[in-house]
Write a protein of this length. Sequence first.
Length: 87
Amino acid sequence: MRVLNNGPKSRYGQNGKRAPSGMMIGYIVSMESTVILGKVNKYLSADKFPLLSFSFTQKIISYEQELIRKHVKPERFKLIHLWVNLK
């Protein structure tokens, strides 16, 4: 997920302009998966996006998240997370 820092108007999803969906790929190399999930959810909660809730039980997992984006069209956006555990 790309984050643009514009002070109090930070916005997610600029790479998905005019797209109804997008994908992010996260690689787990050395950090614990619970720490990674906590850090991602911290950013999501700051902008009032729904938090992620899944467990890293396999080497590759996917998760779909529905977002409402106020500053980017289309407002409704499906973000597909693909996480790969490289440990």
